[in-house]
Structures are given as C-alpha cells and as structure tokens.
Ligand binder design. Structure first.
Ligand code: CA
Length: 229
C-alpha cells in the first residue's frame, strides 16, 4: 500500500516540485500552505510522513512538529532555509526525523522520505512473540510503539522510540554513535553528528528518575551507549 505524505510548504514552486516528485514515485500526496491547515490535514488524512517547511505563515514548522509528536504520529522531514537552522532545529529537539536544507534536490528528498519509511517497516516488523519488552518498571510495546513507565504512558517521538527500541532490543550490548546513526537514522547527518547524544539526553529526561545519573541507558565512555534496564 502506498504511503500517504502531507507536504506543508507556502512557496508554490517548491510545493509543486516536491508534490510532482513524490507522486511520480507512487506516494499518495496531500498539501497544505499554512500551519492551521497543516494541522487540520494531519488529523483528517493521517499521513505516514509530513514534509514540513520551517517558515510558514501562521503557526510555524517548529510548533507544528511539536504538535504532531504523539503516539502514532507521523514521521516528519523538516525543510529549512539555511544550514544553521538545522542545528537550531536539532538543538530544540522538536522531534523531526530528518532535515533537508534548501535548496535541495527533489531526488534527495524522495530518497530521504523512503529511508524514513523503510526504517519504520524494519522496526514495525518485529516477531509477534517479541512485541512486548519489559524491564523493571519500563514496558515497551513494539507493535503499538508505546512506552509505559510504572504504568504511565511516556510520549516519545518516532525517532526517540526507534532509538530506545534499538538499544533495548539488545540489553547490555554497546552501540557506537555510528552504529546508532546507521540503525536509527539510516544515513549520516552531515555536520550534525551529536544528534545521537541529543536524542539520548531527551530519552533520559523522559525515562530516567535522575537524567544525570542514568540507570536505563548508560554512557560507555569513549565508545557509545548501552541499555541496562
Ligand atoms: Ca516557507
């Protein structure tokens, strides 16, 4: 079944170009030109992925991205006008799954979209008997992509969930940042190599009693991270 993509962009030429390339690749494509209608469309068409421009009339891309982060929410590929904005967006950690700086090649955009969706199939295709991972007070429902801590749901972004799942599926195994980038992001982020650290710290804030003294996800100095739940 073809994935549904919502493209949110107020610049008509870019919107048309992106839509044309995605349609040519067989995706079902919906569009929005401002923040309000983006959020409305996201509710009605329930896209698998949103291509989201950062600067929009009305509600901006950052805020939209934040509001899209709920259980079962779509993946987000953020478009930014300048390379420095990527750093800002990653720093703010609004939960975007990938970033592209304008001007970008539409082929590159389609490739990124496919990479994100491929990754989801990976993590979504866990064997049935292995869909519930339980560690002390943490429960990870792989099939539903839901996390509970002491019975209380924890809201993770799609990327945070994938990172947690990657680590927790092999407790005790040490992953390097490069391995996590490859498994969770699917490709290298040019110039944003601390993206793994940023997401680990976000996970700790949501999951650890004391993020400064983590007990679930531990840093292995000079190497990377391991799950010790
Ligand atoms: Ca714009």
């Amino acid at each position: 079944m073809a994935a549904t993509i919502l493209v949110v962009e107020d610049e008509e030429p870019i919107l048309n170009l992106v839509v044309a390339y995605l349609k040519a690749d067989g995706f079902v494509v919906h569009t929005a030109r401002d923040g309000e209608s983006a959020l409305q469309q996201a509710q009605t068409v329930r896209p698998d992925l949103v291509v989201l421009d950062l600067l929009l009339p009305g509600i901006d891309g950052l805020e939209i991205c934040r509001r899209l982060q709920h259980d079962g929410g779509p993946y987000v590929l953020m478009l930014t006008a300048r390379a420095e904005e990527v750093d800002k967006v990653v720093g703010l950690s609004v939960g975007a799954d990938d970033y592209l700086t304008k001007p970008f090649s539409p082929r590159e955009l389609v490739a990124r979209v496919k990479a994100i969706l491929r990754r989801r199939r990976h993590t979504g295709a866990a064997p049935a008997e292995n869909t519930l991972l339980t560690f002390r007070d943490l429960q990870i429902d792989v099939a539903r992509r839901e996390v509970q801590r002491r019975g209380v749901p924890v809201t993770l972004t799609a990327r945070e969930f994938d990172l947690l799942y990657t680590l927790a599926a092999m407790p005790g195994r040490v992953f390097t940042r490069e391995q996590l980038l490859e498994r969770v992001w699917g490709h290298d982020f040019d110039g944003v190599d601390r993206v793994v650290d940023v997401h680990i710290s976000l996970l700790r804030r949501k999951l650890e009693d004391d993020p400064a003294e983590p007990t679930l996800i531990q840093t292995v100095r000079g190497v990377g991270y391991k799950f010790t739940g």
